[in-house]
Ligand binder design. Structure first.
Ligand SMILES: C[S@@+](CC[C@H](N)C(=O)[O-])C[C@H]1O[C@@H](n2cnc3c(N)ncnc32)[C@H](O)[C@@H]1O
Length: 307
């Protein structure tokens, strides 16, 4: 079978489930993965024969796509923030909104680092020079899933001490695999954050400079509005608030941060677009700066807090 014939088969098989442009995109994603051909190479190799192994891989992919399974789960990986991450049915598929949260966090942490630069004097042979000195920034990610947030932050701030909590042992397995793949050292902790006094450290005096989180934020009553493919294939634990209070994580992070966030420390939260003002309200007391930010689609999506 040629690639062109394979493409026709692929299109026909899934045409009832996906739009023409989605099928085009999916076909090129699977070609990149199984045939190692990018979009340009694909166009000039349409008459090339497909190996038996590859055509079997495509048949399996078609069968899975027909069930509504997200292509990232079929491939077992996804691209996020320009990097490759493993995923499984135990973790949320990283979303573009979280890339925006990371962009914001990276920009603000860099700005803070520049302002806070402390200068150490160092003696050379015959002069004293000033060298920048950075205390390691302590970062905590709550509800880490596939580990995208701590891994990307560690890549940008290699000197930071980065910790990440998740309740799901299975999610942490994926996160650890990703951390190893990207050669980043992160402390992963399996805990129910809602039951944790704060952080399972040696002392309850534990203080962080950055707290970041994209916690489960869909309220129970919003269940009906969520696409079936999301509900069927992504972990409920990652999507839905465990109680009728959709803000339960945000409430606890606000309370904990009063004690466990350093002076001038910062909080970055991805939020439910329908609950912007309500989430912001939780951070009105005890913090010097609080801001509700929109995502690229114009929805209330992030909260930035400075102590
Ligand atoms: C919305 S997902 C975010 C995953 C990842 N940070 C991302 O942005 O793609 C929320 C994560 O919180 C975890 N989680 C849910 N309840 C938790 C709890 N009580 N304590 C700690 N983690 C929890 C879920 O397992 C899931 O991985």
């Amino acid at each position: 079978m040629t690639i062109s014939e394979l493409k026709t088969l692929f299109q026909n098989e899934i045409s009832e489930l996906y739009s023409k442009s989605e099928i085009e995109e999916l076909f090129s994603i699977f070609c990149e993965h199984h045939l190692e051909l990018n979009k340009v190479e694909l166009r000039i190799n349409l008459e090339k024969e497909v190996s038996e192994i590859a055509s079997k891989q495509f048949s399996e992919a078609i069968a899975e796509l027909k069930t509504g399974k997200p292509f990232q789960q079929i491939l077992g990986e996804t691209e996020f923030y320009g990097m490759r991450f493993f995923i499984s049915e135990h973790v949320l598929i990283p979303r573009p909104e979280t890339e925006e949260l990371l962009e914001l966090a990276i920009r603000k942490i860099k700005e803070k680092g520049e302002k806070n630069q402390v200068f150490d004097s160092a003696q050379t042979d015959n002069s004293t020079i000033l060298q920048p000195y950075h205390a390691p920034t302590r970062i905590l990610d709550i509800g880490t899933g596939s580990g995208i947030i701590p891994i990307i932050l560690k890549k940008h701030f290699p000197d930071a001490e980065v910790s990440a909590i998740d309740i799901s042992e299975d999610a942490l397995e994926v996160a650890k695999k990703n951390a190893e793949f990207h050669k980043t050292k992160i402390q992963f902790i399996q805990k129910d954050y809602l039951k944790e006094v704060f952080y399972p450290a040696q002392t309850d005096q534990e203080v962080f400079d950055i707290i970041i989180s994209n916690p489960p934020y869909i309220g129970i009553e919003e269940n009906v509005e969520i696409e079936e493919s999301v509900k069927d294939f992504e972990p409920n634990l990652a999507l839905f608030s465990p109680t009728s209070d959709a803000l339960i994580f945000y409430r606890k992070i606000a309370e904990d941060s009063l004690i466990h966030l350093s002076e001038n420390g910062m909080i970055f939260l991805e939020i439910n677009q329908k609950l912007g003002p309500e989430t912001l309200e939780l951070y009105q007391e005890g913090f010097s700066e609080v801001e509700l930010l929109k995502d690229i689609s114009g929805n209330d999506r992030m909260i930035f807090v400075r102590k």
